[in-house]
Design a binder for this molecule. Structure first.
Ligand SMILES: NC(=O)C1=CN([C@@H]2O[C@H](COP(=O)(O)OP(=O)(O)OC[C@H]3O[C@@H](n4cnc5c(N)ncnc54)[C@H](OP(=O)(O)O)[C@@H]3O)[C@@H](O)[C@H]2O)C=CC1
Ligand SMILES: CC(=O)[C@@H](O)[C@H](O)COP(=O)(O)O
Ligand SMILES: [Mn+2]
Length: 391
């Protein structure tokens, strides 16, 4: 029986993974080692009961008594705190899903890779903030990292497992998010509610807003650079409002392979869960006759300044990814809290990158979790202070 752990079980990706596991035998077919959540004790306990998890961990330490009470009599151990989440990653599981949102996902993912495990990676922030560290550690320990982000899973599938021979260009598609067709002058007035609605995918609020600002695609360009080892100029973004084609791989002989599927993350998660085999998944099949047409257009860099920031970060290397990721997280917090406007987020991130570039050590890739977190903390402070600096 294969064993699994899910970090971020109570989120959108975690729920999709849970659905796949329950639909393919549940606890009779899978041994669940660890499930973690941030604050949603009730759902975490429900999932732990259903999958008979060995341990359930909640990030918020104040919620430990609630989790203990919810798991009483089940045999599932209860724990709390970020350290407990990282320690849960040390427990041997054949397959671990990294589905915590934000830089908080880096520590447990890195622990899985340090013990040479298999990490199915939805948490793109890990690769953006610490690509060299994560990929270098995997190389050293023999760990396997499998992409779960839909575009990267699509590229991986087109590459038949990651072979780069003869590849000229990788194209990541982007829906364009909530404001794809808004007049530019309306963007500064976009509300959090408006930005929190995605045209095609049902996802957590943070990645949904990142889709609207195109920061999601900016992260994904860096993620592709780190994961596949391709230079930035060979990674392109193409706006595709239908989100049916997830990525394309173009070869030096002029041929292009595309990966298509309905916008449902259970495909990419299921692919990583069963890799290197393919298993039948209970998902809707594509009906291109009903779809009728697929459309594409080049991204407008005036509407989406985040894309140029991604190019800048790849060119800078070193700590730039950690800075961009953290500054973006801070700017997103500030937008959600009403402290800055939607269109201010790119300015705050650019400001943090400018300041970081003048600091000693910026040109070197952070070589430990602590080093990543130092750049992360400073970038959050810089992004938060952007408004004052800009005034
Ligand atoms: N949703 C999607 O379709 C896709 C998501 N991704 C990536 O997958 C990751 C998860 O996204 P998504 O599922 O949408 O996010 P959600 O916001 O839906 O879920 C996030 C998960 O992380 C937990 N969490 C939040 N903060 C912390 C913290 N500080 N420490 C520990 N756990 C925490 C949440 O717990 P709780 O809810 O209990 O508070 C929840 O389990 C992100 O990196 C995203 O970019 C990539 C491609 C597609
Ligand atoms: C499902 C997934 O992988 C998301 O990252 C998705 O790509 C978001 O849609 P956008 O194309 O709007 O960024
Ligand atoms: Mn994606």
């Amino acid at each position: 029986m294969r064993s699994i752990s899910i970090f971020g079980a109570t989120g959108s990706i975690g729920e999709s993974a849970f659905d796949l596991l329950m639909g393919s035998g549940g606890p009779e077919a899978w041994r669940t080692v660890a499930l973690t959540g941030g604050r949603n004790v009730a759902r975490l306990a429900e999932m732990a009961r259903a999958l008979r998890a060995e341990i359930a961990v909640i990030a918020d330490e104040a919620l430990l008594p609630d989790l203990r009470a919810a798991l009483a009599g089940t045999g599932t151990e209860a724990a709390a705190g970020t350290q407990a989440i990282a320690e849960a990653a040390d427990r041997a599981a054949d397959w671990s899903l990294s589905a915590i949102v934000g830089a908080a996902g880096l520590a447990p993912g890195l622990r899985v890779v340090e013990r040479g495990g298999t990490l199915a990676l939805a948490n793109k922030e890990s690769l953006v903030a610490a690509g060299r560290l994560l990929m270098g550690t995997a190389q050293r320990t023999g760990a396997t990292i499998l992409p779960v982000d839909s575009e990267h899973s699509a590229v991986f599938q087109c590459l038949e497992g990651g072979k780069l021979e003869g590849v000229e260009l990788v194209t990541l598609t982007a829906s364009g998010g909530a404001f794809r067709d808004w007049p530019l002058e309306r963007l500064p007035h976009a509300t959090v509610a408006e930005a929190s609605s995605h045209p095609n995918w049902a996802m957590g609020q943070r990645i949904t807003i990142d889709s609207a600002s195109m920061f999601n695609k900016a992260l994904e360009v860096i993620e592709a650079h780190e994961f596949f080892g391709l230079p930035g100029e060979r990674i392109e973004v193409l706006v595709h409002p239908e989100s049916i084609v997830h990525a394309l791989v173009s070869y030096i002989d002029g041929g292009t392979l595309a990966h298509l599927g309905p916008p449902d993350m259970r495909h990419a998660i299921g692919h990583a869960l069963h890799w290197p085999r393919r298993e039948k998944l209970p998902l809707a099949r594509l009906n291109l006759a009903a779809q009728g047409s697929l459309t594409f257009r080049a991204p407008c860099e005036t509407r989406w300044p985040a894309l140029a920031l991604a190019r800048q970060v790849i060119a800078q290397g070193g700590a730039a990814g950690a800075v961009l990721n953290a500054a973006k997280e801070q700017a997103l917090d500030d937008f959600i809290a009403g402290r800055i406007r939607f269109t201010d987020m790119a300015g705050a991130v650019a400001h943090a990158l400018d300041l970081a570039a003048g600091r000693p050590g910026f040109g070197a890739s952070p070589d430990s979790l602590e080093a990543v977190l130092d750049w992360d903390a400073q970038a959050r402070r810089d992004a938060a202070a952007w408004q004052t600096a800009a005034a």
